[in-house]
Design a protein around this ligand. Structure first.
Ligand code: GCO
Length: 451
């Protein structure tokens, strides 16, 4: 069986991680701009002021994508490039930038996938309470509608939120990401509810604003565990664990069902409602109807998971990984099976076509004496992961696409430029791009899998 004929092979980036031009052409500040310019927030004091200078080099980057046979580009829009204060009058230069970028993609035969929000929240709205303010639902929905109204003559695919687990959990609970806060659980669950409502309201307004039928998705993240053995008991144990709501802890936002059940199934998971009951905002039926507006595809970012075994009673056990277990530069485990089982469980529960909106790895890449960047580890990683993804397709999962994170090395949030996730190497001194060996490997893979 394998991948569908029209399977979408893409790469992904995010505005703050690649664009740079932080103060140019009227762009307003996001929480990430402010965060990076405070001491001791980001490794080595790095920031996204220049990043990969994609704002000025997008044409070169898109042509490189084209030469590598990449079929789709998932990029995010910097909200404050369009609305420097988050709301109000649009900034024409910002509007023009994305319009030009879209034109260039289409001219190169690359399908644009727009992510509306990949973490660079307008600082001006943060000052008004951000996601804690109930108005934040309208701020986001209005911005989303504007994007669709402006670009849907040429763009068909839109994703509302990237990894709410992270921008709420890491941004406002553990404080590792911008804006670096450690709020009360009560505030966290309130923000969570507002983000979900913002998603739903945006979906309604986006469909109204669309100039052609558009397809809307969502891109949360998760660990995707997988069974040690393919027995029904083992599989069921993993499935249960995958959708369980964790206990309250600084990692509580890191879960699948609290973020996705409301969106797709129209209800919060029972175990979460019980566990978190003392901290929840008022949740009405009207809210749930708003949140669960139909969407067209289910995006999921998946990087790794745990192998799960079971005890005699069938309970999931999560044994420590063996000494020397393979890992990436950023110390994430290499667990290809997550790309088979994650999509499978998600498809069974949500019945929506699945797109892997991110997957990839960081490596200790450098320019070799021959001037090339050799990254055999990444090639091995991709080969293993994509082989498992193909098994998911064989298992009957309706898989639509795969977006490799990332097209090029970029600003890796609190880790600054210390981690390289790209298939294209970026020399930050000169802004020179060098496709790594993995870029050519991906090119061949795409060719072999595009019939
Ligand atoms: C995420 C973000 C990306 C990261 C990537 C590597 O998934 O965390 O969407 O912006 O850079 O995942 O950590």
């Amino acid at each position: 069986m394998g991948f569908k004929k029209d399977f979408v092979w893409g790469t992904a980036t995010a505005s703050y991680q690649v664009e740079g031009a932080a103060k140019e052409d009227g762009r307003g500040e996001s929480v990430w701009d402010v965060f990076c310019h405070e001491p001791n927030r980001v490794a080595c004091g790095h920031n996204g002021d220049v990043a990969c200078d994609h704002y000025h080099r997008y044409k070169e980057d898109i042509r490189l994508m084209q030469s590598l046979g990449i079929k789709a580009y998932r990029f995010s829009i910097s909200w404050t490039r369009l609305f420097p204060e988050g709301t109000g009058q649009p900034n024409q230069k910002g509007v023009q930038f994305y319009s030009d970028l879209i034109d260039e993609l289409l001219a190169c035969g690359i399908e644009p996938y727009i992510t509306l929000f990949h973490w660079d929240y307008p600082y001006a709205l943060y000052q008004k309470g951000g996601w804690l303010n109930d108005e934040s639902v309208n701020w986001f929905a209005d911005y989303a509608a504007f994007v669709v109204q402006t670009y849907s003559d040429r763009v068909k695919h839109f994703i509302t939120f990237n990894e709410p687990q992270c921008f709420i959990g890491l941004g406002y609970l553990s404080g590792v990401h911008a804006p670096g806060l450690k709020l009360f659980y009560r505030d966290i669950f309130k923000m969570c509810h507002n983000v979900l409502k913002a998603h739903g309201k945006a979906v309604i307004q986006m469909r109204k604003a669309a100039k052609q039928p558009i397809r809307i998705g969502y891109a949360p993240t998760c660990n995707a565990d997988y069974p040690e053995k393919e027995t029904p008991e083992n599989i069921e144990a993993v499935r249960k664990r995958f959708f369980a709501c964790p206990d309250l802890s600084p990692d509580v936002m890191w879960n699948v069902s609290w973020w996705s059940d409301p969106v797709v199934l129209g209800k919060y998971p029972e175990d979460g409602l019980e566990k978190y009951k003392d901290y929840l905002p008022e949740i009405t039926e009207k809210d749930m109807a708003l949140i669960s507006q139909p969407i067209d595809f289910y995006g999921q970012n998946i990087y790794n998971g745990h192998q799960i075994t079971i005890d005699e009673a069938g309970n999931a056990l999560c044994p420590e990984r063996a000494a020397g277990f393979p890992k990436t530069a950023v110390q994430w485990p290499v667990t290809p099976e997550c790309l088979r089982w994650g999509p499978r469980f998600l498809y069974e529960r949500y019945h929506l076509p699945v797109i892997i909106t991110e997957n990839g790895m960081s490596a200790h890449d450098c320019i070799s004496l021959d001037g090339q960047v050799h990254d055999p580890n990444r090639i091995d990683f991709l080969h293993r992961y994509l082989t498992q993804l193909e098994k998911a397709a064989d298992d009957g999962v309706d898989l639509e696409g795969y977006f490799l994170w990332s097209f090029m090395d970029n600003f890796e949030w609190q880790l600054g430029y210390t981690e390289r996730f790209g298939i294209v190497f970026v020399d930050y001194e000169t802004q020179k791009r060098i496709p790594k060996d993995s870029a050519y490997w991906y090119q061949n893979w795409i060719e072999a899998h595009s019939k």
